[in-house]
Design a protein. Structure first.
Length: 105
């Protein structure tokens, strides 16, 4: 569930304005099935600008998933080697969470 945090900013002359900041709950981030054979789904409450980088144990980025309005993305890993991968969830330019993914054949 997306939550909005309203911040009030007081300016000179007792005038104020407000704006909304969209928050992202990284606890909602999931990867399934895990372990995966050839396909898996990355799911979380996405916001524009958020993305997931998936890289292998050597640190090579295998793919990057940019989220706009979709909250689930189906990933084709047929051509990936079996082994461990890491999914780095990034929000507002900060790494919020890293999850391990196993590709098995």
């Amino acid at each position: 569930m997306k939550k909005l945090l309203t911040l009030l900013i007081f300016a000179a002359g007792l005038q104020f304005s407000s704006f909304a900041v969209q928050s992202w709950n990284v606890n909602d981030a999931t990867i399934f099935p895990n372990p995966a054979n050839a396909y898996f789904t990355v799911s979380y409450n996405a916001a524009p600008g958020n993305y997931v980088e998936i890289f292998d144990v050597l640190g090579t980025v295998v793919t990057r998933i940019d989220f706009t309005s979709e909250s689930e993305v189906f990933v084709n890993a047929v051509d990936w080697k079996k082994g461990y991968y890491f999914c780095r969830f990034v929000s507002d330019g900060k790494v919020e969470k890293t999850m391990r993914l196993v590709i098995q054949r």
